[in-house]
Design a protein around this ligand. Structure first.
Ligand code: SF4
Ligand code: SF4
Length: 420
């Protein structure tokens, strides 16, 4: 088995040695846990500056209405250009592109390039798993679809409250550890859509996690519902590197309001609007990879242009983005500040500011892509809190809201939007 690109030293050591020397912190003492955290952090420092990852979930299509009809020739050209510029990380999943993304990875990448010139990540979504046997059936199919003999990175897909119990019942974490011990997977992690306290719980219960994939962008950074910053800080606390998904928020941060666009263009006339979003994520020290789901050569050329010699955001650029966030938020539907005064006395325990934040976020999303993550976040929260539609209009919340918001009316809008 040849060695994959990236994290080489760690991978070799992991194959030769036992659990302790794989950088997996043990549960038997804080000293050992600290050691594990330090090793994970060292891996981040060893990554260099090539932080751009190729997300194979929005590949160019022959038939724009058929997600599975991938334009393989265009994809090959993009893959080649990506590798030629020194980038190595490719991210696919079982169900991307109508279940054809992994096949595209084989045809466009694996069959045409040396195994040590790239790293490949894929994922297991527990929504497709009902028995322990299903885990291996899917894993085996993924190896055949992609044509590799091992995956550099393997993720449990979309971990959150809604799936965690099933993942635990089916021992998916233990199963993944076995795959690593067998040399079939080099690094194990999970992608995550939920709140920071839940991330803390999962990382505490699974210290073997080597990386976590988070929704992280400058608009969601301080969002009370998506909690990009808090989730990032939680990963830092556990010494777990972050791989970023949705840095451009599904295209939303490529098309900001006109006033915001003017500000960004004045500062960097030649830079794309989406470059600001990707650079924001890549500027964070603990971020190892920023995924971009590139759909055409133009996007790829743009991305590799500013990411080849990546420069982190400077202070002025950060201030500019803060103003852009203000402008975007100035256009939002419900001007809730997230103070949470309203939630304390609610007899239905409705997560009012969180729902308002999701509603605002979803209204700002680009619609054409058909799916947005906010609905998923809403369902997860609604498992723990009352739903917007549960409101009995008692008025308690409106009496304490410092913004004097018509909360009851807004909750009706939220319920009609997410509970339809
Ligand atoms: S009006 Fe609705 S949201 Fe507000 S406190 Fe009463 S039940 Fe809760
Ligand atoms: S009290 Fe008003 S401003 Fe504060 S979180 Fe609740 S709805 Fe938002």
């Amino acid at each position: 088995m040849r060695e994959s690109a990236g994290l080489r030293r760690t991978g070799r050591r992991a194959e030769k040695c036992g659990r302790e020397t794989q950088g997996i912190p043990q549960r038997t003492g804080e000293g050992k846990r600290r050691k594990g955290r330090k090793r994970k952090e060292e891996r981040v420092r060893n990554m260099g500056n090539k932080k751009l990852g190729f997300g194979l979930m929005r590949l160019p299509l022959v038939d724009a209405n058929n997600a599975a009809d991938i334009d393989m020739e265009k994809t090959k050209q993009m893959v080649d250009a990506f590798l030629e510029h020194g980038f190595t990380y490719f991210d696919t999943a079982w169900m991307y592109c109508g279940f054809r993304s992994e096949n595209a990875a084989k045809e466009c990448l694996v069959d045409r390039h040396p195994r040590d010139s790239f790293t490949l990540a894929t994922k297991l979504h527990v929504g497709f798993v009902d028995t322990k046997e299903d885990r291996d059936r899917i894993f085996q199919a993924q190896m055949e679809k992609t044509g590799v003999s091992f995956f550099d990175y393997y993720l449990l897909h979309d971990v959150g409250r809604g799936h965690y119990q099933k993942l635990t019942d089916l021992d998916c974490f233990g199963w993944l550890r076995e795959k690593k011990e067998q040399g079939l997977v080099r690094h194990i992690g999970f992608s995550f859509h939920d709140t920071a306290d839940f991330l803390d719980k999962v990382l505490t219960e699974h210290p073997e996690t080597e990386f976590v994939q988070l929704q992280l962008n400058y608009l969601d950074w301080d969002s009370p519902s998506i909690q990009s910053r808090l989730c990032y800080e939680t990963a830092v606390k556990h010494g777990v590197p972050v791989f970023v998904m949705e840095p451009v928020k599904g295209g939303t941060l490529a098309q900001v309001p006109e006033a915001a666009e003017r500000l960004l263009r004045q500062y960097h006339p030649d830079r794309s609007i989406s470059s600001w979003a990707i650079r924001f994520a890549a500027s964070l020290d603990n971020v190892q990879v920023v995924l971009s789901g590139m759909s055409n050569m133009e996007q790829l050329t743009d991305n590799i242009g500013y990411m080849s010699e990546f420069e982190p955001l400077n202070g002025e650029e950060r201030e500019l983005l803060a103003r852009v966030v203000d402008i975007i938020n100035g256009n939002i539907s419900i001007p809730c500040t997230g103070c949470s005064y309203c939630t304390e006395g609610c007899p239905k325990k409705i997560a009012i500011p969180k729902y308002f934040s999701l509603y605002n976020a979803d209204r700002q999303e680009v619609r054409e892509k058909g799916w947005t993550p906010q609905g998923t976040y809403y369902e997860r929260l609604a498992e723990e809190f009352g739903r917007a539609g549960d409101c009995i209009a008692c008025g308690q919340c409106e009496r304490v809201c410092p913004q004097h918001l018509p909360i009851i009316r807004h909750l009706k809008d939220v319920a009609a939007y997410f509970e339809r």
